[in-house]
Design a binder for this molecule. Structure first.
Ligand code: MG
Length: 392
């Protein structure tokens, strides 16, 4: 097996929604295809993935640096010697050749898209869903009972109101989501608190509501919100402050009794080790949200889970950021705590395909080979266009 081409296209996210820091109207995502010389159904076997959601497309890094390295490499150096198939870890290593350690910014998302496309390719090679390939690679059995899923919404919309928020959240509850997440930090505390209280009312208690500040707060704001939210019994309080401010994170864990969630903006295992060492993490409750698509792919992500476990944090406390099919397969394959979902948001990448099933608050994957991205309305069309480009 050898790589014959790698292509990337930047696909715009649909919609005009805002958290406390970012408006997503101009956001794009890198959709990547890794094509091999193996033939399947009359076509080259091709792996497809994307760099999750929220960090923009990374076509420059891919086309200028990573793709040329992969195409120039000795094909044998990219293979797992025990299988003769592409090795995600070796592909990642090659994509990262001549890159200095540290930093872990946009290149982590660029590399993540390529590395994950190799997982899609391996699963398609074995004609199995990606979670099966992932579980086998890490000596695990895939979860068969479905995984807990929560609806991430509650963004700030133009001309927003509490009634609109209530309607949105009631819609998620009606669809079968037992837990929702809403944004905080985009309004003064009293108005934000009214939003949170409305959410708690709609969901029948704080356990059904998580809140996310998207790293907006300074120390005083983070602690003021901690005090205001402490009595509500929320599912978790997410990314109050700068993701790399471990000292403040420690202070927050000492001030806030409930679960604190963070990690979606940590892109390397070293960042996660620092969080574990210096962030005051409470192994019995806190939530970890690193996202393979933003952090060099599954190879690095699995090392992060290992780092958590070495500090006494159970993998069931991992809820990856990014409510999409790739992370659904990662969660099932690695036996993690659960998934995010973005019902109706961040199309065409957000949410699940029609062959996935939500019941009793659990999401079950479809059985299509790979991540099953081709089955997702809208995304399937983008993939068809990308494959046509490869053929041309
Ligand atoms: Mg978040």
């Amino acid at each position: 097996m050898r790589i014959i081409d790698v292509r990337e296209v930047a696909v715009p996210l649909h919609g005009n929604i805002t958290n406390s820091v970012v408006n997503f109207a101009e956001h794009t995502v890198s959709l990547v295809a890794v094509q091999t010389d193996v033939r399947r159904n009359g076509r080259p076997l091709t792996g497809i993935a994307f760099n999750s959601i929220g960090r923009h497309a990374q076509g420059g890094i891919l086309r200028d640096r990573m793709i040329p390295r992969l195409l120039a490499a000795d094909p044998g150096a990219l293979l797992d010697p025990s299988t003769g198939l592409l090795s995600p870890a070796r592909v990642l290593e090659c994509a990262m050749r001549d890159e200095k350690p540290g930093g872990h910014g946009d290149r982590a998302a660029a590399a993540g898209a390529v590395e994950l496309a190799v997982w899609d390719l391996l699963a398609k090679h074995h004609d199995e869903p990606a979670h099966a390939a992932i579980a086998r690679a890490f000596d695990r059995r895939p979860m068969t009972t479905g995984v807990p899923v929560y609806a991430a919404g509650g963004y700030y919309h133009p001309g927003d109101s509490l009634d609109r928020l209530r309607d949105e959240l009631a819609g998620y509850a009606d669809e079968g989501y037992p837990t929702v997440k809403i944004k905080i930090g985009g309004l003064p505390l009293p108005e934000d608190l009214a939003r949170v209280e409305a959410a708690v009312e709609v969901m029948g208690g704080g356990a059904g509501v998580a809140v996310d500040a998207n790293a907006r707060f300074d120390r005083a704001q983070a602690l003021a919100y901690a005090e205001a939210l402490a009595g509500l019994g929320l599912r978790w309080y997410e990314e109050a402050t700068d993701p790399l401010d471990y000292a403040l994170h420690r202070e927050l864990t000492e001030a806030y009794p409930g679960a604190i969630a963070t990690g979606e903006n940590l892109f390397s295992v070293q960042d996660v080790r620092n969080l574990l060492a210096y962030g005051g993490v409470r192994p019995d409750r806190d939530i970890f949200q690193m996202d393979a698509g933003l952090s060099y792919g599954l190879t690095e992500y699995a090392r992060m889970i290992e780092a958590m476990e070495s500090c006494g944090v159970d993998r069931s406390q991992a809820f990856p950021h990014g409510g999409h099919l790739i992370n659904l397969h990662v969660v099932i394959g690695l036996g993690l705590g659960g998934c995010e979902a973005y019902p109706g948001v961040f199309e065409p990448f957000g949410g699940y395909s029609p062959d996935c099933r939500l019941s009793d608050g659990l999401i079950h994957p479809g059985q299509a080979p790979g991540f099953g991205l081709e089955a997702k309305p809208g995304l399937g069309d983008e993939i068809t266009n990308l494959l046509k480009e490869l053929d041309s």
